[in-house]
Design a binder for this molecule. Structure first.
Ligand code: ADQ
Length: 477
């Protein structure tokens, strides 16, 4: 008789497993932990209770057998080539992503994509049902898995189910465009607790349930029709591993690297930095436009002022991303061609991923950090930047359209659509006296230090545990 598979009291379900496959020189397959806030947060939680993580391993085709890595049980879910195209690149990133980010680019609707999304969500729900212990806590992550809560509840009514949305939840006027809006809301209502980055996101969700499903709602609760079950929707903003990242940023080799970066750029008076996934939500074009105008009006210029723009390759098989990359690279070429000098380009553009040490050094090297998204669930780069500035140096320009702005009010706030205003804010960030900037940085750092990712995970799990129970039947007289 086959031995029964082990089951776990805490199960995370996310589109990706927290590991990347690496094939060594002698052809051996190794799994390397992909660094990221969620993994760090989970490590802190899973130290006290054994946990499993259900997710895709990153290659299309058959999934590897489940395995344990650094104390976490990893349970891979397979995706075929067509599913990667339809469920992931299609429905998740070309239908939901634009709708959930203010339709900065138009969303694409295909019925086959939806059908693939349903199939894959069902597969995730079945995988979770297999590894979850009796009465387990299941924490589902993000917009790729919005149907999992209800599908899982049908399979396993004994488990407690939470879902966290890493991206914004749109206003009902935009959400209503989705042909599958009712199914998505009903999918989420299978959870006991739904977590969002901002209050406004939670309110948008509750309002969508009221207006599109006719559900009864009261403050942050939605009553599920037919079952009298209540689902709570509230904001629990994500954060970074403040202590871990700060320790890294204090390492002498990282600090030396920061100095080296500045020196290799010709020791500019002002080094500005942008770090983003190459995504149309991040406002890279608006940032470059403001910078280009400041240069051509000769209010700033190389070699005294320079900009490093790191743009991580992202979703390169989705058309909107290919088009964006072309536009950004053309703009950078134009700015350098027209406004750069020999040995002093106006923009240093890097289309790579970097190790954490290099990112921490870049953050420390930068005098002005430009975080200018048109819409962003949170934006961890803003929090990472202040975490790395233990010297209290630097200034953060932060878009009001990020979740981070709702916590980091003291930053130099900007509306990236207002190019004139953005230019003024950049100049203010450059020219504010160092003493005032230090005071601001101190306040920003206190906020992130007090609300780190470990606290986020603990708060989320406490809210999930305390979520409303099914109301007891009223006693009969
Ligand atoms: P993202 O849209 O990916 O995340 P963000 O929050 O900025 O955006 O996180 C990006 C991460 O990638 C950061 O940790 C950053 O340091 C790292 N990174 C960026 N460029 C890099 C490079 N070139 N090399 C190495 N690392 C790089 C989604 C939502 C956000 C939300 C997060 C977490 O869109 O709004 O903040 O999830 O919930």
């Amino acid at each position: 008789m086959p031995t029964p598979r082990p089951t776990y009291d805490l199960v995370i379900a996310a589109n990706r497993l927290p590991v990347d496959k690496v094939v060594t020189d002698d052809g051996e397959v190794e799994w390397r932990r992909s660094p990221g806030g969620l993994v760090t947060a989970m490590e802190s939680v899973m130290r006290s209770q054994p946990g499993a993580w259900v997710g895709w391993a990153g290659d299309a085709g058959e999934a590897p057998e489940p395995f344990d890595e650094d104390g976490i049980h990893l349970h891979p879910v397979p995706l075929s080539t067509e599913e990667v195209r339809d469920y992931y690149e299609g429905f998740s990133n070309d239908t939901l992503w634009p709708i959930y980010h203010d339709v900065i680019v138009p969303a694409t609707f295909h019925r086959e994509w939806w059908s693939s999304y349903e199939t894959v969500n069902r597969r995730f729900a079945e995988a979770v049902a297999e590894v979850a212990a009796e009465g387990a806590t299941v924490w589902v992550q993000d917009y790729q898995l919005q149907l999992v809560p209800t599908l899982l509840r049908r399979l396993r009514p004994d488990v407690r189910i939470g879902w966290f949305n890493h991206i914004p939840f749109p206003p009902v006027e935009l959400f209503a465009q989705l042909p599958w809006r009712a199914q998505l809301l009903e999918g989420l209502l299978g959870a006991d607790f739904l977590g969002f980055q901002r209050q406004a996101d939670a309110r948008n969700f509750v309002r969508a349930c009221r207006q599109l499903l006719g559900a009864q709602t009261k403050r942050d609760r939605v009553t599920v029709e037919g079952s009298r079950r209540q689902v709570r929707a509230a904001a629990i903003p994500i954060s970074v591993d403040f202590r871990g990242l700060e320790e890294l940023a204090r390492r002498p080799d990282v600090m030396a690297r920061a100095r080296e970066i500045r020196a290799s750029l010709g020791d500019p008076e002002v080094l500005m930095l942008g770090v983003d996934r190459l995504d149309y939500t991040k406002g890279i074009r608006h940032r470059l436009k403001a910078y280009e105008e400041l240069l051509s009006e000769r209010r700033i210029g190389p070699p005294e002022v320079t900009l490093v723009q790191v743009a991580t390759p992202s979703r390169e098989r989705v058309d909107a991303y290919r088009i964006l990359r072309g536009e950004i690279e053309q703009t950078v070429g134009r700015i350098n061609g027209e406004l750069g000098k020999i040995g002093a380009p106006a923009v240093h553009y890097l289309h790579h991923s970097y190790p954490r040490e290099e990112m921490a050094a870049l953050f420390q090297a930068a005098d002005v950090m430009l975080v200018t998204p048109l819409r962003d669930g949170m934006n961890l780069v803003a929090k990472e930047y202040v975490t790395c500035r233990h010297d209290l140096g630097g200034a953060l320009v932060l878009s009001e359209f990020t979740g981070a702005w709702h916590e980091l009010h003291q930053a130099f706030a900007c509306n990236p659509h207002d190019i004139e205003g953005l230019k003024q804010t950049i100049l203010r960030a450059i020219n504010t006296p160092a003493k005032d900037k230090q005071r601001i940085m101190k306040a920003l750092r206190r906020r992130v230090s007090d609300h780190d990712v470990q606290r986020w995970a603990a708060r989320y799990l406490a809210a999930l545990a305390a979520a409303p129970e099914l109301p007891q039947p009223e006693a009969r007289n």
